[in-house]
Ligand binder design. Structure first.
Ligand code: CA2
Length: 149
């Protein structure tokens, strides 16, 4: 049975490619979702791709992953830097979570350097733009010992 991965995207990431292309590029979240499905297929993984602007919905999605998914790739957007609720939700589910960011949060404003996700994550990938998503899938496949179909 293929390992199933939840790819969870937080606030404003639905605007990718449509606003501020000078900061976040022209790739849309739909493009990234297609990239993830292609990459997952080569790794023997299946993927559910979700985006929400609501902190509570992201907490619910993390809780809902238990028993359904084998791991979570989380770009929590700005909630990364503020949300103890997300940190607690990750602590409360017994699933590996990889923290992901398009930009290098450590090279940006000081308020982006702190992550409430990092202490409870398996690891963090940031600064590689949309390529970070397939990189995170590869890391998750290796962690889970997934084998291509
Ligand atoms: O680099 C990342 O992936 C971030 O999670 C993106 C968040 C930011 O708050 C984090 O510090 C780092 C922002 C996502 C907002 O995306 C937009 C895209 C287009 C137009 C406006 C916002």
């Amino acid at each position: 049975m293929a390992h199933s991965i939840l790819i969870l995207n937080g606030p404003n990431l639905n605007l990718l490619g449509r606003r501020q292309p000078e900061v976040y590029g022209t790739t849309t979240l739909g493009d990234i979702e297609a990239l993830c499905h292609d990459s997952a297929a080569t790794l023997g993984l299946s993927v559910e791709f979700v985006q929400s602007n609501s902190e509570g919905a992201l907490v619910d999605a993390l809780h809902g992953a238990l028993g359904i998914h084998h791991g979570v790739i989380l770009n929590a957007g700005a909630y990364t830097h503020t949300s103890i609720a997300l940190m607690d939700a990750i602590s409360g589910i017994d699933l590996p979570v990889i923290e992901l960011h398009l930009s290098n949060i450590h090279a940006r404003e000081a308020f982006r350097h702190r992550s409430f996700v990092a202490p409870v994550a398996l690891g963090q990938i940031c600064g590689f733009g949309a390529d970070g998503y397939p990189l995170a899938l590869r890391a998750m496949a290796a962690h889970l010992g997934a084998t291509p179909a």
